[in-house]
Design a protein around this ligand. Structure first.
Ligand code: GLU
Length: 481
């Protein structure tokens, strides 16, 4: 039997999917999967100026990439649809009329200028800046007059008196004094619902049981509870998740670097790693483990382990975690992921076996795939430049010159090279020159790659082949001294 928990992720398509929103989606989804409930995607595109269909598509793409499937949403439909708010305007209108007919909401004809004056007066007199209910008791005749004068009414909710208190699943008891809220607009004069109203109508009609979202929405919650009660609907449970901060403990923003899912996707992060990382930003496993598969996250999800304090987004930790996923990945799969990056860099990938070997050689050298472009450069370039000071120092050593000459003599005697042949050659070089260890291996590494660090040398040698190795060492003995 299906559990009756119904949760929703309700993004506004006004920009790229932010990391914080992705985390909200993930937590809703993990909870739904944990209890066997329903995960709903609802597009909150009521703002015609800021909502773009391009962003709606990106939300689908990013969620798909993350592997987050919704049970109900714009493309699946279902008994509670449509799931795009722009297709539900008639419903909002209907419920606004209902509230008006029941005396729980009223038409307000005040112009922006009048409202601004009201605000200024309140500030000057040291009063709470709330709507002064000027339009609450308009007579029919007065309303007709305003309509004749060309005024279009907004609909304002008549906020009842008292306190609103709710038990936040994460934060505990939260109470608000209703007096501070003031009658607020639920439908704008153009017939567009405000966020709070559309959200409540939808959460109610879609029978949402738990609203899990960022705690920047805590202050909206009393309004939403009052509206839900006024509509005679069931108030859902609320779980407000602490926000994500940058390393400087300021709210995570562009200044802190990449903040949207598609930026991480473009850099070649692994979706499972991003899910793992974002889940752990707000939650922790009782086991203390940090690398958690999606299955384990689903199994272990528990509201009581959601932290009450804000989480700090640490990109080094994300890189470390992503690196762990890359190390564990099947080479075949990693190669598939790497090929688009190679193609982008203009590297030749038609020889699949060779590409796979390169990827295998670099699997433990990268934390995310974009880094493979730089790391793999040595395999695709014919010439190298030695820019690093420590690499240049290696080349200048007298022992290095001896190693090069001896190595070249050995190379000229063979017509192909592989890992074993290379090892034998190095044994002969060692015997002939009496040079061992770092002084023996490092000059060869630098001559071939231009760097003192990199993938395992025998693997490099085999992938380069004899001719390229010979040419590069000949170049070195010819110059750089
Ligand atoms: N569209 C709202 C947002 O993206 C949804 C907030 C909510 O979950 O209620 O912030």
């Amino acid at each position: 039997m299906k559990h009756s928990a119904r949760v929703r992720f309700a993004p506004s398509p006004t920009g790229h999917l932010h990391i914080g929103n992705a985390r909200t989606a993930i937590l809703n989804w993990l909870f739904a999967r944990h209890v066997g409930g329903t995960f709903i995607l609802r597009i909150e595109d009521t703002d015609p100026e800021r909502s773009k269909s391009e962003y709606v598509n990106r939300i689908y793409e990013d969620l798909n990439w993350l592997g987050i499937q919704w049970d109900e949403g714009p493309d699946t439909e279902g008994e509670f649809g449509p799931y795009r708010q722009s297709m539900r305007f008639e419903l909002y209108q209907r419920y606004a009329n209902k509230l008006r007919e029941e005396g729980k909401a009223y038409n307000c004809y005040c112009t922006p200028e009048e409202l601004e004056q009201m605000r200024k007066d309140a500030v000057r007199e040291g009063r709470q800046v709330t709507y002064n209910r000027k339009c609450l008791h308009l007579s029919d005749a007065e309303e007709q007059e305003l309509i004749h004068a060309g005024r279009k009414p907004a609909v304002r909710f008549k906020v009842p008196e008292g306190q609103v208190e709710f038990e936040d699943v994460v934060k505990g008891t939260i109470s608000f004094d209703v007096e501070n809220i003031g009658d607020f607009v639920i439908m704008r004069a153009e017939g567009i619902p405000t966020y709070n109203f559309a959200c409540v109508v939808d959460d109610s009609l879609m029978q949402i049981s738990h609203v899990i979202r960022g705690d920047d929405h805590v202050s909206n919650t009393p309004r939403q509870i009052l509206l839900t009660q006024a509509l005679g609907m069931d108030v859902p449970l609320y779980a407000h998740i602490p926000m994500i901060l940058g390393a400087d403990r300021m709210r995570l923003s562009k200044r802190h670097g990449a903040t949207s899912v598609d930026e991480y996707r473009a850099k070649g992060y692994i979706p499972e790693a991003l899910i793992n990382f974002l889940s752990l930003l707000s939650w922790s496993s009782q086991s203390g483990d940090e690398i958690l598969s999606v299955d384990r996250l689903i199994k272990e999800f528990d509201f009581s382990r959601i932290s009450k304090s804000a989480a700090v987004f640490n990109v080094e930790k994300l890189d470390w975690m992503n690196g762990q996923y890359i190390r564990e990945m099947d080479v075949e799969k990693l190669t598939q992921l790497a090929i688009p990056f190679f193609d982008k860099a203009g590297y030749e990938t038609t020889d699949y076996e060779k590409t796979k070997k390169i990827v295998a050689a670099l699997q433990d050298k990268i934390d995310y795939l974009e880094q493979i472009i730089d790391q793999a450069k040595i395999f695709f370039q014919d010439h190298i430049t030695i820019d690093e000071t420590d690499a240049r120092a290696v080349i200048r050593k007298d022992t290095s010159q001896k190693v090069f000459w001896s190595f070249l003599r050995e190379l000229r005697n063979i017509d192909r090279i592989d890992v074993d042949i290379f090892r034998n050659i190095m044994k002969s070089v060692q015997k002939e020159t009496g040079i061992m260890g770092r002084d023996l291996w490092m000059p060869i590494r630098v001559a071939l790659t231009g760097k003192v660090h990199g993938p395992e040398l025998p693997v490099v040698i085999e992938l380069f082949g004899k001719d390229k190795c010979q040419r590069l060492v000949e170049n070195i003995v010819g110059g750089y001294r």
